[in-house]
Structure formats: C-alpha cells, structure tokens
Design a protein around this ligand. Structure first.
Ligand code: ZN
Length: 57
C-alpha cells in the first residue's frame, strides 16, 4: 500500500478540522499552502509545512 502524506490543520489551528491527505506529496503541500492562505490568511512556505506539519501515514 502506498504511503500517504497527511497534513492536519489542527496542529496549526485548534479550531480548524481541515485535513489534507494525498499520495502525492507535492499535491498535499500545495493544497495545504492554499488552505493556510485562504482560510487563515497565513503565508506558510512549502518548506515550513514539510518540516513542521507534514506526516507520512
Ligand atoms: Zn485550517
């Protein structure tokens, strides 16, 4: 079974239940970056997401 890359917005914002999960790492990062900007007004770089929030499940 392929590994999935998961990013749980709860690790960033206690009130947000947004979860991104994709087998494509770059897609997961891209969706999460967009979510952070549109919903939370935060500019989070792909590097920050990868380093701090991305989990492999
Ligand atoms: Zn969120």
């Amino acid at each position: 079974m392929a590994q999935a890359h998961k990013l749980d917005c709860e690790s960033v914002s206690a009130e947000c239940r947004f979860i991104v999960q994709s087998e494509d790492e770059s897609e997961a990062v891209e969706l999460a970056t967009k979510h952070m900007k549109e919903v939370h007004g935060q500019d989070v770089t792909a590097e920050e997401l990868r380093a701090e929030h991305l989990q492999v499940v």
